[in-house]
Design a protein around this ligand. Structure first.
Ligand code: PLP
Length: 491
């Protein structure tokens, strides 16, 4: 027998790596460490625990050397504990930062289970249970939005990919030619009508689709940064005058910078009158539909041809978990194929989800949301949305009442844009520079985490209040911290 045909026992390095008792022991230790991390975050009240242990990028690299040895060097749990220690703490009540939530802890456990099972899902056989769970959460999401019975969709890896997926389907439905098969230039140049306040993934998707910068025709916004539906007629005419065929309006619910909700009923009316596809980017704000108190913000979303909704934003899931929903689910088959929309459901391989997503192999993201919905109940998700929206209102009220602060716009959601303006005569570049210095100081100090953003040509401070454990103490405290930071630089 040739030597190459002999198969010895499983090598030690492999047997040790897959040893269930090692996994069990590591797992128990890791959960204890993560629970300690969570406890330290949620009980952090003073300056003891930084929300962000800031290190400049160049100082970070040497901490994680790439000198991997042939033999095991470091304990898994030690490395992960060190990772947690140096990471931004989303469960810290002073985390007033990006639109990334502190995941509800059970979802992290579900994520670990999904990682071990690793049912890839491109084809049904590779993820049968996960496919069933994904279609269940997607159906629930469509129902929450009030979409019709014909609605359905998929989960994908993030709102940016979701927006691209929906616009691919929009193009196939509305272009009037088969761009999928014959190419983007097989017909007249296309365009979508969109406000400048839309997320940059829309501008990227337009370029990926081959329409160039002119493929996004700008619609004006009002003083609260919402799309002006009464400007759509002008924008439509401008697109036509530029030799383009407008196929869709992209509305934000809400927008990234300020959380503003575009007026969906009026936009839907315009789309119906002009035969345009309506895509609603609800990555951040579609979750408002869970609350009777906030549902009015998304009224009209049920008329959208496609909707993107990130569960890893206001449904408190770990990244990534995004729904792409279609009013007519048969449109979902056209995003990545030239397929007739009149095929009967029974003729489609609706169980092989990979036909309708950018991904081939996909994480079991539906499992994580499904298990969380079961474990916590819809009431948790409603309470989460209402809490963080209430934080937005409470913080905006404080800013508006403070004579040395200024509010950019009264918020629809949990995103507040504001700035420190100790003297009304302070303006222009000096006012911008003050915000930049405050932001940099607080970031490097690490006790508070908030952002800055450019809005209307000026620099503002910005917070997305994503942590439902944030309270009054933090809302007042961050204003004082900003005053102190400003005083320190002015000295
Ligand atoms: C966050 C966001 C996106 C991008 O979603 P990712 O999941 O980060 O890719 C798109 N649109 C809006 C309105 C967003 O807030």
């Amino acid at each position: 027998m040739p030597a190459s045909a002999e198969l010895g026992p499983v090598p030690d390095a492999i047997a040790r790596a897959y040893d269930p008792s090692r996994f069990r022991a590591d797992g128990h230790r890791l959960i204890d460490q993560l629970a300690d991390h969570l406890a330290a975050c949620t009980s952090a009240t003073d300056d003891g625990l930084p929300v962000i242990p800031w290190l400049a990028p160049a100082d970070m690299l040497p901490r994680w050397p790439a000198d991997f040895a042939d033999q095991p060097a470091d304990d898994l749990v030690d490395t992960l504990t060190a990772t947690a220690a140096g990471s931004i703490r989303l469960h810290h009540p002073r985390y007033l930062g990006h639109q990334v939530p502190p995941p509800v802890p059970g979802a992290a456990l579900a994520d670990a289970a999904a990682a071990l099972l690793n049912n890839g899902m491109a084809v049904y056989e590779m993820g049968a249970v996960a496919t069933g769970q994904e279609l269940a959460v997607v159906a629930w999401m469509a129902r929450v939005l009030g979409m019709p019975d014909t609605a359905g969709g998929l989960l994908t890896s993030g709102g940016s990919v979701g927006n691209l997926t929906a616009l691919l389907a929009a193009r196939q439905a509305a272009a009037g030619f088969d761009a999928w098969t014959d190419g983007a230039d097989a017909g007249p140049p296309l365009a979508v009508l969109v406000a400048a306040t839309a997320h940059y993934s829309i501008a990227r998707a337009v370029r990926v689709l081959g329409w160039g910068a002119g493929g996004a025709v700008e619609v004006a916004v009002d003083e609260r940064y919402r799309m002006r539906a009464d400007d759509l007629t002008r924008a439509h005419a401008a697109a036509v005058a530029a030799g383009r065929r407008p196929i869709a309006v992209v509305a934000s619910a809400g927008s990234t910078a300020t959380g503003a909700y575009d007026p969906l009923p009026a936009i839907a009316d315009f789309c119906a009158a002009h035969g345009l596809w309506l895509h609603v980017d609800g990555a951040h704000g579609a979750s408002a539909a869970l609350s009777a108190q906030h549902r009015h913000l998304v009224d009209g979303i049920e008329r959208a041809d496609s909707v993107v909704w990130d569960a890893h934003k206001l449904l408190a899931m770990p990244a990534l978990c995004t729904a792409v929903l279609y009013k007519d689910v048969t449109r979902s088959y056209q995003a990545f194929a030239q397929e007739a929309s009149y095929l009967f459901a029974a003729e489609r391989e609706w169980w092989n989800l990979g036909l309708r997503t950018v991904e081939c192999t996909k994480r079991m993201m539906g499992t994580i949301l499904y298990a969380s919905l079961r474990a916590y109940g819809v009431g948790f998700f409603r309470a989460y949305v209402e809490r963080v929206f209430a934080l937005g209102q409470a913080f905006a009220a404080r800013v508006a009442a403070a004579p040395d602060f200024e509010l950019a716009a009264s918020p629809d959601a949990n995103i507040v844009v504001f700035r420190y303006r100790p003297e009304p005569e302070l303006g222009g570049a000096a006012l911008d520079e003050l915000q930049a210095v405050i932001r940099r100081r607080c970031l490097e100090d690490g006790r508070w985490y908030f952002l800055s953003t450019r809005l209307g040509g000026a620099l503002w401070l910005r917070t997305a209040l994503m942590n439902p454990l944030t309270g009054v103490r933090e809302l007042d405290g961050v204003l004082d911290a900003i005053r102190s930071a400003a005083a320190a630089v002015q000295r």
